[in-house]
Design a protein around this ligand. Structure first.
Ligand SMILES: NC(=O)c1ccc[n+]([C@@H]2O[C@H](COP(=O)([O-])OP(=O)(O)OC[C@H]3O[C@@H](n4cnc5c(N)ncnc54)[C@H](O)[C@@H]3O)[C@@H](O)[C@H]2O)c1
Length: 253
């Protein structure tokens, strides 16, 4: 699909990979709806990106808020062609720590955002895409979800995060099967270690330790490298129902 004059919904678009992706889509000619829990950052990103981009203050774990946001997207943009789910909550926590079991809501909160929130946004986006006129090859839309290498190589303290990202990967094939008759593709990206707000809080020593797990290049990924991949997935209509790792060959220990 050519991004020109398309409408893209990007979650987690106030920062990091989501923001870079929204920017790259706008540069490709798309009008972008930027959804983020931090509405001010979504607004600021939309303003900087231009090309009719609009920011939305949305917690993707709040299904009423998601429904309202899509109703506004209908009013403002009138269609959805591309959807990127980049909003994510890393909240770490070991199953047992200092003799105390992890409170169950710490686990379920991560699942509510990363897995259920992603599905909720997907279903609203897919409904709009299914109503689009198909292009010459029958394509009506593209959905891209941000999983994580943690789905296969979660570190200690990442049970909830790893489970949520493995859930994203697990639902991709069945959702792609559901949506194939409508000409909608579903693809995941699984990043390794990227230099975004999510890792910025780590002490320098911890960041250096993470870099030692990278094969080549031995540096954190740049959000623009994810954005490049997102643009490629949108344009390459033979990519479907798969997960693409982008991780400098990292193997987490
Ligand atoms: N940075 C990494 O190394 C890395 C590695 C693998 C996967 N990921 C995944 O990449 C995605 C993007 O993360 P990033 O690295 O750009 O981090 P980031 O912190 O820069 O951006 C994440 C954005 O998501 C938003 N967000 C969080 N919870 C939300 C919610 N409930 N509703 C709406 N928005 C919400 C945040 O406000 C933030 O703007 C996430 O899904 C993350 O799990 C990141």
């Amino acid at each position: 699909m050519d991004l020109h004059d398309r409408v893209a919904v990007v979650t987690g678009a106030g920062s990091g990979m989501g923001r870079s992706t929204a920017q790259a889509f706008a540069q490709g000619g798309a009008r972008v709806a930027l959804l983020d829990l931090d509405g001010a950052s979504a607004d600021a990103a939309a303003e900087a990106i231009g090309n009719g981009a609009v920011g939305f203050d949305v917690n993707i774990a709040d299904t009423v808020a998601v429904e309202k946001a899509f109703a506004r997207i209908d009013e403002i943009f009138g269609r959805v062609d591309v959807c990127v789910n980049a909003a994510g909550n890393p909240a770490p926590g070991k199953i047992i720590s200092r003799g105390v079991a992890l409170p169950l809501d710490r686990f379920s909160d991560v699942i509510k955002v990363n897995l259920i929130g992603t599905f909720d946004v997907m279903r609203h986006a897919a409904m709009r895409m299914a109503g689009n006129e198909p292009d010459g090859e029958g394509e009506r839309g593209v959905i891209i979800n941000v999983a994580s290498g943690a789905a296969w190589q979660g570190q200690s303290g990442q049970a909830a995060y790893a489970a949520s990202k493995a859930g994203i990967i697990g639902m991709t094939l069945p959702v792609a099967r559901d949506l194939a008759p409508f000409g909608i593709r579903v693809v995941d990206v699984a990043p390794g270690l990227f230099d975004t707000k999510m890792l910025a809080g780590l002490p320098e020593e911890a960041r250096e330790g993470l870099k030692s797990m990278l094969l080549n290049p031995k540096r954190l990924g740049r959000p623009e490298e994810i954005a490049d991949l997102m643009c490629h997935i949108v344009s390459n209509r033979y990519l479907n129902a798969t997960t693409i790792s982008i991780d400098a060959g990292s193997r987490m220990v």
